[in-house]
Design a protein around this ligand. Structure first.
Ligand SMILES: Nc1nc2c(c(=O)[nH]1)N[C@@H](CN(C=O)c1ccc(C(=O)N[C@@H](CCC(=O)O)C(=O)O)cc1)CN2
Length: 286
């Protein structure tokens, strides 16, 4: 293996250590940040992610508010929990864990959230603010990708970036962040309708693979020295994670994010950043 590792675990640990100090300072001003989570159903991966988010909260001193509804919960029942968290003063920010069970109108749930409490940056108002270049909480995984690259000194300015995928949590917001003046990358967005994915990938300085197709990105698709971020999560029969990136890519790439241990821990760390930043804004307004 020749690629250097984009170490999400270590980078996330450094972020959490900084946040611990900031949370303590907020508490001295009488503000305790509280993260709420809404989990619907019994998907094992979602349960694991949510448990991880609350473990992180405990580590940095953020209070936890957990709402777990059965897979049979109706649209109205989920909306009632969202309304309750909108009103709960101890909940300074919250997320609705995605995906929601089939039959639930996910967009309607996101739209119902108080945008000021949207810790995921996925409320239409906050995504709109991102489009308009206004301050907003940023979606956690794309922001985690940027922070991970910066922490390892990978040049984003002027880079040719290919984003593979167009889902709401990563693929849609990722190019919006990468093309801000502060990042200044040139982005090509690829998806299942892309005719020659390999031709685009071979031109990329940075690849963000978020397609959810196991080992989609092969060594021959990657320009030598490129940075490759593996954001895809599929699972084999034993529940082991299969990323979007073929293991052989590590022989060609200059940088690679492991999966697990790369972008996943960064997603969780950026969520905490959003919660603390919202609480700091509230403290400044006092
Ligand atoms: N409301 C949201 N839903 C979902 C999001 C999101 O950002 N907001 N993203 C993903 C899931 N996700 C966060 O919720 C998430 C994914 C992965 C990890 C993580 O730490 N992964 C570990 C491996 C864990 C394992 O073994 O399964 C790693 O990569 O090292 C955290 C959060 C979809 N839904």
């Amino acid at each position: 293996m020749s690629a250097q590792i984009l170490d999400g675990k270590a980078t996330a640990a450094a972020i959490k250590s900084d946040l611990t100090v900031r949370v303590a300072a907020l508490k001295e001003q009488g503000i305790t940040p509280g993260l709420g989570t809404v989990l619907v159903g019994d998907d094992a991966a979602s349960q694991k992610y949510v448990a991880g988010k609350h473990r992180d909260c405990a580590q940095v001193g953020i209070a936890s508010i957990q709402r777990h509804l059965p897979a049979t919960a109706t649209q109205e029942e989920i909306e009632a929990v969202v309304r309750e968290l909108n009103e709960d003063p101890t909940c300074t920010g919250y997320i609705v864990q995605l995906p929601l069970p089939k039959g639930i109108d996910e967009n309607r749930i996101l739209e119902l959230m108080d945008p000021a409490k949207d810790a995921d940056g996925l409320h239409p108002t906050n995504l709109g603010r991102l489009v308009l270049n206004e301050p907003a909480p940023l979606p956690c995984t794309p922001n985690g990708v940027i922070t991970l690259l910066r922490a390892h000194g990978v040049e984003i300015n002027g880079a040719e970036v290919v984003v593979v995928g167009r889902g709401v949590t990563i693929g849609r917001p990722m190019p919006l962040i990468l093309t801000r003046r502060s990042e200044n990358a040139t982005v090509t967005q690829c998806h299942t309708g892309t005719r020659d994915l390999s031709a685009h990938l071979r031109n990329a300085d940075i690849i963000v693979a978020a397609a959810g197709v196991p080992h989609l990105i092969k060594p021959e698709d990657v320009k030598p020295g490129a940075a490759v971020l593996d954001v895809g999560v599929s699972r084999n029969g034993e529940g082991k994670i299969l990323g979007d990136v073929d293991p052989g890519v590590a022989e060609v790439a200059g940088w690679i994010s492991p999966n697990p241990g790369g972008v996943g821990p960064m997603t969780r760390a950026q969520l905490l950043v959003n919660v603390v930043e919202a609480a700091e804004r509230a403290a400044a307004a006092l």
